[in-house]
Every structure is written in structure tokens, then in C-alpha cells.
Design a protein around this ligand. Structure first.
Ligand code: MSP
Length: 572
């Protein structure tokens, strides 16, 4: 049976950051889990949302034509996802002509069924959210994101969203799993119960969009264009409806109200589930480009690896709720759970097998008590992971790691190793087999979350089947073959100290400058070190500061100096 899941398609006017990487990481993990569960094929799509006013403006600001700009930016997403080890199947770009055909096809189906009409509209529009905003005066801030709105008057084509109030409420009622988590579903019910306004789905004021098949110049509203990308991404394959749309909570209304309404209007099957996760916060706010508080995944991956970052985000944040990122918390989790936890269990187990059994897995059934704990752990972890309680699922697995650590300490194999009696040697076989078999099961569970580290330990354990092919059936106790030769031991998660944070912060400054250059917004810092140095001042210095706004009239190089500019500034 197939399983088709999607990430949102990302606006290309901002570079990928931890917030946008989060949906993508989780989607990649669910893909691997669903494969383990036996779904086949499991298909994951992602992509870039390239139209919209804000992308058009960003291209203008960068002095590029929109297609050249979006081509460059989507390439940046593709290369970042590769760096993060994301295993997606299709990357859809909304500038792709095949997608344009699908958008027009959707429009024509809705039109044929009587859900499209021409009308005029004047209202407050939030460019950042790409949505009209009700109940605010012109220029007032958008109630969702707080940025100023603009007044827009247009003669557009409208979608009769108002006709779908009842069908949508029925959908939420009959299919309570359609929107998850439950509290988000309740929000959608409340929103729809208030009544739905028809939706303007074409624009005449911008050029950069998909031309609508109507008279005159109309391009499609970006959300009418973007949502159907989930279908155009897999048009050649028989995969629709999607089993899961994974999104952030800020775009739930588009997925849980507009999207099913478009599909109902076009007589098309609905996706099975929309799951809205929370936000990654940094410095107390949603991480976003406009707030200027983004942290980029690349530098973190360079220092601690993509797996550690994935583990941190999944373990630290209750999926569905907001959670905070900080470098300190990342390093603490890494050392406690990965270096001291899983990494230590792997190296001590494998080292003992080399030391006491010449690198061969001993012949034993292992401890029946631990076998039972493993069975219960798998049962619990399965429940938690299928309910998308990833943090609790990982907690369960790490409790199992602690149980094995305790078991090893209690059985003291280092003492058994010195005792040559056959009883002691049999006991030693049991301890070593138990630790190795537990490690195999933990590795299999860790694989969807930390694919490359789990693969690494799997190979050290001497497993010959690729870890990518494991299924839930492989999680049963006793599948580790006696006599298997293990590989050489290498630390998978070496301990980190505070210098790792300094390294990440330093690389972050460089990465920020690289992306600013790429996005055409570079202010050309003299050197990353200087930026770090000048980024903060003490409170004592701050009170001495006299800030004024002025206009730079001229700036000239000073002969003989390579870092000095002579500036004339008009401060009125
Ligand atoms: N282009 C639309 C989605 C169209 S899907 C048909 C869009 N793009 S976005 O780039 O602004 O956001 C993409 C996703 O990233 C959204 O799910 C959003 O919630 C998520 N995130 C952006 N910042 C985030 C955090 N700080 N934390 C978690 N997720 C966040 O919306």
C-alpha cells in the first residue's frame, strides 16, 4: 500500500532556516518510519513556492528577473536539503510549466462546477502572509503576523468559498483525524463556523504568476497556485490523495479550509490528514527572516552533524507545540543523550565483544528480562511514533538505553571476563549478547531519526542487511545472529565542549553573509570576525550611545588606508 506525504513548498524569498528545515526533517523521518511499517512505495515531495508579490519584490530588490531569481533560490533549498540528508522523491517548482497546466486544470474544473465568478474587491492585504485580512482598517497591522497591511482594490475572479461552510464542518465532524492535533481542529471549526467569505483567486496587479485562462491579464493568487502543487508533484504517478500534509500552524487555514474546498469544488478526493506542527522559537520569538532571528542549519550540521540536530528537534520539542532552540540546549542534549547515552552504549558493547569474544557475537538467547523490556519498549515506541508523539517515543527508547546500561553495570562483565569457569563464561555470553541485541534494536529505532549515525553503528555491529531495508518485524528480540563478526569500533558521537558553540556561531555569521550575497541583500561585512565583535556591546557602553538617523551623502576611500572610508553624513 502506498503512503504519500508532503512538506509545504517554501517561499524562496528567504533562505532555509531551522524553522523551515523542521517540517522537512520530520517529513523525512516519517517517510523512513512508514517504510519500516511496510508501506510501499512511500513518496515524499517538497518544493519551492515561487510566485507571489513578496517573491516578485524580492527579485526586484535583488535586481534580477523573477525566474532567474527563483531558479537560484530553489537551488539553494535543494543544496541545503541535500546537506541535511533529506530523502525526498520529487522537488516541485511552481514555475514549472507542468505545474501551470495543473493549476489551470483545477481552475477549469471549479469553474465548470459553478464555483468561480468575476467580481470586484477592496480590502486590506498582508503581503507577508499573502492573504486578505478582514476587520482591519487600511494600514493597520495584520492580526496574524503584526506587519502593516496594504489596501488593495482589484477586479478579480472569485472562488465561492462561502458555499463550503457546511461541507467543511461535516468533513471535520465525520473525519476527526483530518486536522491534527485536536486543538488545531477546534480552531478550524471555530473559524469556519463564523462564516466564510468568497476568496479572490486571481490578481491583476502583479506580473509574476501563472496566467489564468480568462480574458485580460489575470494571474492566479499564490495560494490557489501553491496548494495544487501537491498534485502536480505526483501527476505522473497514481498517488493522489496524499496521506499526509505536514505543515506549520501558521498555514493551517490554507490547508484545512481553502484546500479541501478547492478539491470539493473540483470533485477531487481530499487528502487524508493535515498535521500542523508548532514553531521553532529563538530569542523568545518565532524564528523568521523578517524578525532577523534565524539560525541556519548548515553551520550546526558542520559542527554536530545533521543527525544530532534532528534528534535535538524531535526530542526537545513536543511535536505540535512550539519549542525553543538554543545552542546551549543542543550541546547539553547531545552530550547527555548521544555521547553519553547511545554513543557510549555502542562503543562499550562493541569494545567488550572484541576484547572477550574476538569480535564475534556470542551464542546466547540473552537475558529474558531484557528481552521482555525490549518487547515492551517496541510496543510503546510504536504507539508513540504512530501518534506523532516523537519526543515521548524517543524518551521510551532512551529509557531502554538506561536499562541496558544498568544491566551491564549490575552484571559487571569485566569481572566475569576474569573468571574462566564455564558458568561465568556463559554469563558473559549472555551479557554481551543482550547488550549487542539491544543495541541492534535501538539502532533500528534510531534509524528514521538519525539515519546516518544509526547506519554507522549498524555496520559496526557487523550487520550485512542494509539498515534502509529494516521493517518492524526486525525489531523482534533474537534476530542478531550468533557468530556474526562485528566491525571495528569508532566513536559515533564524540563529546563536545563549549568551543563547539563558538564554532557554530562563527560559521553562522559566514553562512549569513554567503546567503545575503546569494539573495542580493548583502551589506558586505568586512569580515565575519568583525561582525561577531561588533554585534554586541555591553550595557555600560550602550548607555553612552547617541543614536541618530542620517543620510550618507558620500563615502570615499582614504588614500593609504585599506579599512578607512571618509563619509559625509547629513543629520539635518
Ligand atoms: N509557501 C507557503 C507554503 C505553501 S504550501 C502549499 C509558506 N512558505 S514558508 O516558507 O513561509 O513556510 C514554509 C513552512 O515553514 C510553513 O509550514 C511554516 O510554518 C514553516 N516555518 C517557517 N518558520 C517556522 C518556524 N520558526 N518554526 C517552525 N516552522 C516554521 O508558508
Amino acid at each position: 500500500m502506498k503512503y504519500y506525504l508532503t512538506t509545504p513548498i517554501y517561499y524562496v524569498n528567504a533562505a532555509p532556516h531551522l524553522g523551515t528545515a523542521y517540517s522537512t526533517f520530520v517529513a523525512d523521518m516519517i517517510k523512513r518510519l512508514k517504510k519500516m511499517e511496510g508501506f510501499d512505495p512511500v513518496v515524499l515531495t517538497t518544493g519551492s513556492d515561487e510566485h507571489s508579490l513578496k517573491v516578485e519584490r524580492a527579485a526586484q530588490a535583488a535586481g534580477m528577473n523573477p525566474l532567474a531569481y527563483t531558479t537560484r533560490m530553489s537551488a539553494e533549498f535543494i543544496s541545503q536539503w541535500a546537506k541535511l540528508g533529506i530523502d525526498y522523491d520529487h522537488f516541485i517548482r511552481t514555475s514549472d510549466p507542468k505545474h501551470h497546466e495543473t493549476v489551470r486544470w483545477l481552475f477549469e474544473r471549479c469553474e465548470k462546477n459553478g464555483y468561480i465568478y468575476k467580481g470586484a474587491y477592496t480590502g486590506a492585504y498582508c503581503v507577508s502572509d499573502e492573504a486578505y485580512v478582514n476587520d482591519v482598517e487600511p494600514g493597520e497591522p495584520c492580526p496574524t503576523c503584526g506587519r502593516p497591511t496594504e489596501t488593495v482594490t482589484e477586479e478579480n475572479y472569485f472562488f465561492k468559498l462561502s458555499a463550503f461552510q457546511k461541507p467543511l464542518l461535516e468533513l471535520y465532524e465525520k473525519n476527526p483525524g483530518f486536522v491534527k492535533p485536536d486543538h488545531r481542529r477546534n480552531e478550524m471549526i471555530a473559524f469556519v463556523q463564523k462564516g466564510l467569505n468568497d476568496l479572490s483567486i486571481t490578481r491583476t496587479s502583479l506580473q509574476w504568476g501563472i496566467p489564468a485562462p480568462v480574458e485580460g491579464h489575470h494571474v492566479f493568487y499564490v495560494w490557489f497556485d501553491a496548494l495544487i502543487s501537491y498534485m502536480s508533484a505526483v501527476k505522473e504517478r497514481d498517488l493522489w490523495p496524499a496521506d499526509l500534509h505536514l505543515i506549520g500552524k501558521d498555514i493551517l487555514r490554507f490547508h484545512a479550509v481553502y484546500w479541501p474546498a478547492f478539491l470539493m469544488a473540483a470533485d477531487l478526493p481530499l487528502p487524508k490528514q493535515v498535521f500542523a506542527h508548532g514553531w521553532i522559537l529563538h530569542e523568545d520569538n518565532k524564528m523568521s527572516k523578517s524578525r532577523g532571528n534565524v539560525v541556519r542549519p548548515g553551520p550546526i550540521v558542520d559542527v554536530v552533524g545533521a543527525d544530532a540536530l534532528r534528534y535535538f528537534l524531535l526530542r526537545e520539542i513536543t511535536f505540535g507545540q512550539d519549542g525553543t532552540f538554543s545552542y546551549d540546549a543542543l550541546i547539553q542534549r547531545y552530550n547527555a543523550d548521544l555521547a553519553n547515552g547511545l554513543g557510549n552504549l555502542a562503543s562499550r558493547t562493541l569494545t567488550m565483544i572484541h576484547q572477550y569474544r574476538g569480535g564475534l557475537i556470542p551464542d546466547s538467547a540473552g537475558s529474558s528480562e531484557i528481552a521482555e523490556t525490549a518487547r515492551r519498549t517496541t510496543e510503546l515506541a510504536m504507539d508513540e511514533f504512530s501518534a506523532f508523539n516523537f519526543s515521548r517515543g524517543l524518551e521510551t527508547l532512551w529509557a531502554f538505553i538506561s536499562a541496558i546500561d544498568k544491566f551491564i553495570v549490575e552484571r559487571a562483565p569485566w569481572k566475569l571476563g576474569k573468571d574462566t569457569s564455564s558458568f561465568a563464561q556463559q554469563q558473559l555470553d549472555e551479557v554481551l549478547y543482550t547488550a549487542a541485541e539491544a543495541l541492534r534494536i535501538i539502532c533500528a529505532w534510531a534509524y528514521p531519526v538519525m539515519p546516518s549515525s544509526a547506519r554507522n553503528i549498524w555496520i559496526q555491529l557487523g550487520m550485512t542487511t542494509p539498515i534502509e531495508s529494516i521493517t518492524f518485524a526486525d525489531l523482534h528480540w533474537g534476530k542478531l545472529p550468533a557468530g556474526q563478526k562485528i566491525g571495528s569500533v569508532a566513536a559515533v558521537f564524540p563529546r563536545l565542549d563549549a568551543s563547539a558553540i563558538a564554532k557554530m556561531e562563527h560559521l553562522e555569521v559566514q553562512e549569513k553573509a554567503r546567503q545575503a550575497e546569494l539573495f542580493g541583500t548583502a551589506k558586505a561585512p568586512a569580515s565575519p570576525a568583525e561582525v561577531t565583535e561588533s554585534a554586541k556591546i555591553s550595557i555600560d557602553d550602550f548607555v553612552k550611545v547617541d543614536l541618530r538617523v542620517g543620510q550618507v551623502v558620500s563615502a570615499e576611500r582614504v588614500k593609504g588606508a585599506d579599512k578607512l572610508l571618509h563619509m559625509k553624513v547629513d543629520i539635518g
